[in-house]
Design a protein around this ligand. Structure first.
Ligand SMILES: Nc1nc2c(ncn2[C@@H]2O[C@H](COP(=O)(O)OP(=O)(O)OP(=O)(O)O)[C@@H](O)[C@H]2O)c(=O)[nH]1
Ligand SMILES: [Mg+2]
Length: 427
């Protein structure tokens, strides 16, 4: 959609002399168009502020909420069809999830609006990301911060033992021996010419060095639709959930998406994916258990071409990276996709579980050798003390981390932002 500019001009300036109505007046009067418009105009031009206005007096999903949303989207000159589709899809999702209270669905609503209105790069969303990351990385940060605070505020000389200790603190948060050594070395190079740095400067310099380890996300060259996304990784890391989250993002951005059950090994795998397809409003393709996953992938491209899908997401069974026959099966899926649709798969995504520690490094190496990985998604960053693995992976392999998983819900997948990550890690 992307009507952000019309949004700004519609709501950004309250005409002098007009006072916004109180939230109480709004809720009592129901969807009073002019009162709402005034309140929206008076609000700060940020999605969260507008949402506060729209949701004033709303306690549960019901007619008031749907009317408010319809009004908001209409005021932004969203075409009626898109407006209705947005609301219908949100209604279906709320019903499906059985959510009855505002606090259950508020953040999903904000997430959907941010994507549909193309607002995700806004300050508002970035600070939500930092908040979420900070909460997720609390354990890792607790670990690192205690050590760094003690070290940086010790007033000690920046001698060999100082840098050794810094390395040890980083290693203990799973940053890895190699990456910790190189980070400490670069910080040392920064610190030495000018003599000892203050504690705050050291922390800031470490933050910059950390953020610098990460590569910017890859830009995808032009291709003929459908875009084909292939998900790979060891067992239980979050491939299927992450695929559903990515699919959700695509659908919210207005794309026609197909979820493909390429995990024909586990009986429940296709059912799990079919539920996600219903929740996200995507199409679904599967064959019976035991079917050849490469054939399923091939046929799904046929279906996507025939039915005009923009993007297809192919799930695969979890596999141990050390089992050569299973890795060969993945390589075959890849080959077959490329034969049916030149350039496919356009994105091969390796999912890593942040809690798996240093083993993640050998997963990257072997999956990359077998199927050529384009990007990495790191899941379960919420609540692990091993968040430093992101740094270890990025410094060892020249692969971008595109998204991070911060929980089990559909909205808990966010684009990776190296600055936000370094901030959240160091506090
Ligand atoms: N806390 C948290 N849990 C997650 C995250 N991503 C996935 N999970 C959970 O991890 C578990 C496994 O997720 P799946 O998506 O089934 O993993 P998978 O890799 O498809 O598993 P297999 O297909 O069996 O190999 C589920 O309970 C998910 O809800 C995350 O970012 N944070
Ligand atoms: Mg799975």
């Amino acid at each position: 959609m992307g009507f952000f500019s019309s949004l700004r001009s519609l709501f950004s300036s309250a005409p002098a002399g007009e006072r916004p109505p109180s939230p109480a007046a709004l809720s009592a009067g129901g969807p009073d168009g002019s009162a709402l418009t005034l309140a929206l105009r008076a609000a700060e031009p940020r999605l969260s502020a507008w949402l506060k206005v729209i949701l004033a007096g709303v306690e549960a999903p019901g007619p008031l909420l749907w009317q408010r949303l319809a009004f908001f989207l209409a005021a932004l000159e969203t075409p009626a069809g898109e407006r209705e589709a947005f609301i219908a899809s949100f209604q279906a999702w709320v019903a499906d999830m059985g959510y009855a209270r505002l606090e259950d669905f508020r953040s999903e609503l904000q997430y959907r609006l941010a994507l549909a209105l193309d607002l995700e790069d806004e300050e508002d969303e970035r600070s939500r990301l930092v908040l979420k990351l900070s909460a997720g990385l609390a354990k890792t940060r607790g670990h690192i911060a205690r050590g760094l605070n003690a070290l940086f505020s010790s007033g000690r000389a920046l001698d060999a033992s100082f840098w050794d200790e810094l390395e040890e603190i980083l290693i203990s948060a799973d940053v890895g021996v190699e990456a910790s050594h190189s980070l400490a070395g670069r910080l040392r190079a920064r610190a030495e010419p000018g003599g000892p740095l203050a504690a705050g400067d050291l922390r800031e310099a470490l933050g910059l060095e950390l953020a610098d380890v990460f590569r910017p996300a890859r830009r995808i060259a032009a291709f003929t639709p459908p875009e084909v996304v292939l998900m790979v990784g060891v067992n239980g890391v979050g491939k299927t959930t992450t695929l559903a989250k990515l699919c959700h993002r695509s659908v919210l951005q207005g794309k026609k998406a197909l979820l493909v059950a390429g995990d024909t090994f586990r009986a429940a795998a296709a059912e799990q994916l079919e539920i996600w397809a219903r929740r996200t409003g995507a199409g679904f393709y599967a064959r019976g258990q035991g079917a050849d996953p490469a054939a399923v992938a091939f046929e799904s491209v046929d279906k996507a071409l025939a039915e005009g899908y923009d993007v297809i997401f192919v799930d695969t069974a979890g596999r141990l990276h050390t089992k050569t026959n299973l890795m060969e099966e993945l390589a075959k899926i890849r080959r077959v996709l490329g034969k049916r649709h030149p350039g496919a798969p356009h994105r091969t995504i390796l999912v890593l579980d942040a809690t798996s520690g240093q083993n993640a490094l050998s997963q990257v190496k072997l999956f990359h050798e077998a199927v050529h990985v384009d990007e990495i998604i790191l899941t379960k960053l919420d609540g692990t003390a091993k968040g430093g693995i992101a740094v270890a992976v990025a410094s060892r392999f020249s692969l971008p981390i595109s998204f991070v998983g911060l929980g089990e819900k559909l909205e808990d997948l966010r684009p990776f932002d190296s600055r936000a990550f370094a901030e959240a890690l160091l506090g």
